[in-house]
Each structure stands twice: as structure tokens, then as C-alpha cells.
Design a binder for this molecule. Structure first.
Ligand SMILES: NS(=O)(=O)c1c(F)c(F)c(SCCc2ccc(C(=O)O)cc2)c(F)c1NC1CCCCCCC1
Ligand SMILES: [Zn+2]
Length: 257
């Protein structure tokens, strides 16, 4: 197993001292036990509308110190799979690091190289910040990223800009593209549960959709994602060689400045 320093590396136990909901009973992420999942015919395929953006629509991409966030226009809407309409706010990625793979959810205990979250809010509320505090306020679509053979052209649209936002707080503009390409082609098979934001304030107001089909990226693309925040992670007592390193980035050849 990994050395003890790797477990203490990102302790979240202290969050609930400052944010009450972080100590709640419906906290995300969770491990999905596929054997205990119940098939529900009421759950309809997820339908996306307005996800294909023209290149002249520029989107802000920001390194906020925890992840890379792509701000999304409200013209992107969830029109199927949820009882109410939700509109997009932002998407962000949970990348791996030397202490382990980056997905937040696990399936049968399996952790994936990375995970994308597309965050939406319920349009019955006036704004995202208003929706964020209501149990049906947020809908987050999640998909797992794995290392496959070829380069993923849709993820390339984001990854190619990462060198421009290596420092915390930096942001850049990304030309629009088909955001649906970042999610699986098959939107019919997914796990659905009521949970929370996975970061403070941990509000228990997220209706989660975790797709069954995974996204395949090249080894180099996953390395580039992992290395984005490596420079801004808190100094770790770990020595990298002592932590389980699922994706060896030394072979990437992408030098970090
Ligand atoms: N998985 S998740 O959706 O809970 C999530 C995380 F796990 C996250 F880790 C994050 S980033 C950490 C929180 C954060 C930090 C800085 C800024 C900023 O400078 O703008 C913003 C947020 C992160 F941004 C999100 N998504 C956010 C939740 C934080 C508050 C509302 C903003 C939209 C969704
Ligand atoms: Zn997230």
C-alpha cells in the first residue's frame, strides 16, 4: 500500500469544522457498488441541448488551485433524464497526482485516472447561487477518464491550453467546440443518486449522474492533466517514489516550466 504520508496528504476530516454540511449524511463522492444498484425504468436517457458551441464563442478556462474550470454559457441545457430543466454553469476535471489516480467516485472500489464534472443549476431558481442551497438545485454529470490508445480530440481542446494556466489564478480563453464530445456517446447507461458538492461548502444539493461508459484519452493527455496542478499542490511529506504512481509521467516528455 502507499506510505502513511500519502493518506494524510489530502485530509478532508477538518472540513466539517468550518462547513457543517461536509459532516452530513449524503456526502459525495461515494463508491458505487454496481451489485447493489437498482435498475429504474423511470430514468430516461440524458439529453443535452446547445452543447455544440461555435469557435467564435470564447470560454474562460481557469486554474483555481484545486482544478481547471471551464466556464460554460447558460445556453447549454439538460433537457432529458431529469424531471426539471437544468442549465450549465461550469465543468472541471479531477486529475490524478503522484499520490494516486484522480477520480472522486469509484465503482466497485476501482478508482479511475480522472473524472470530469459538468455542473448545472435548476432554472426554477433565479441564479446558480440561489439554486445551490436547494435539494433539487444542482445536477452534475460525471464521467470517468481512462488511458486508451489514441489522443482524444475533444479533451485536446482543453489540454492544449493547460500550459497557459500553469499558475494558480491564471486564466485563458478557449474557442468554443462541441462540449458534448467530452461526455460518452451513450447517455442511456448511468448511475444516479442524490449527494453533494465534493468540496466545501459540501451542500447536499446535487442530483448526480455518473455515466457507465468511460472516456478514453492518450497516456500523454492524462499526464499533462496530472502535471497541471502538480506545481500548485501543497508541499507533501511524500516522496513521489513512495506513493503508488498509477500513471508514470516521466515518460511523457512534456517538460513543466
Ligand atoms: N466536485 S465539485 O463540483 O464539488 C467541485 C470541486 F470538487 C472542486 F474542487 C472545485 S474547485 C475548489 C473549490 C473552489 C475553489 C476556488 C474557486 C474559484 O476561485 O473560483 C471555486 C471553487 C469546484 F469548483 C467544484 N465545483 C464547484 C463547487 C464549489 C462551489 C460552487 C461553484 C461551482 C461548482
Ligand atoms: Zn467535481
Amino acid at each position: 500500500g502507499s506510505s502513511p504520508c500519502c493518506e494524510t496528504f489530502t485530509g478532508t476530516a477538518h472540513w466539517s469544522e468550518d462547513y457543517l454540511d461536509c459532516g452530513g449524511t449524503k456526502q459525495s463522492p461515494v463508491n458505487v457498488d454496481a451489485a447493489q444498484a437498482i435498475f429504474s425504468p423511470d430514468l430516461r436517457p440524458i439529453q443535452l441541448s446547445g452543447y455544440s458551441l461555435p469557435a467564435n464563442k470564447l470560454l474562460k478556462l481557469k486554474n483555481n488551485g484545486h482544478t481547471v474550470v471551464l466556464e460554460l454559457p447558460e445556453s447549454l441545457a439538460l433537457t432529458g433524464g431529469y424531471a426539471q430543466q437544468y442549465r450549465a454553469v461550469q465543468l472541471h476535471l479531477h486529475w490524478g497526482s503522484p499520490s494516486g489516480p484522480g477520480s472522486e467516485h469509484t465503482v466497485n472500489g476501482r478508482r479511475f485516472a480522472a473524472e470530469i464534472h459538468v455542473v448545472h443549476y435548476n432554472t426554477k431558481y433565479d441564479s446558480f447561487t440561489e439554486a445551490m442551497v436547494h435539494p433539487d438545485g444542482l445536477a452534475v454529470l460525471g464521467a470517468f477518464l481512462e488511458v486508451g490508445h489514441g489522443e482524444n480530440q475533444y479533451y485536446h481542446e482543453i489540454i492544449k491550453h493547460l500550459p497557459e494556466i500553469q499558475e494558480v489564478g491564471q486564466e485563458t480563453l478557449v474557442p468554443g467546440f462541441n462540449i458534448a464530445g467530452l461526455l460518452p456517446a451513450n447517455l442511456k447507461f448511468y448511475f444516479h443518486y442524490n449527494g453533494s458538492l465534493t468540496t466545501p461548502p459540501c451542500y447536499q444539493t446535487v442530483k448526480w449522474t455518473i455515466f457507465n461508459q468511460t472516456m478514453l484519452l492518450s497516456h500523454r493527455q492524462v499526464c499533462q492533466g496530472n502535471e497541471l496542478l502538480a506545481g500548485s499542490l501543497p508541499a507533501s511529506p511524500c516522496n513521489w517514489y513512495r506513493c503508488p504512481v498509477p500513471v508514470i509521467c516521466s515518460s511523457c516528455g512534456s517538460q513543466r516550466r
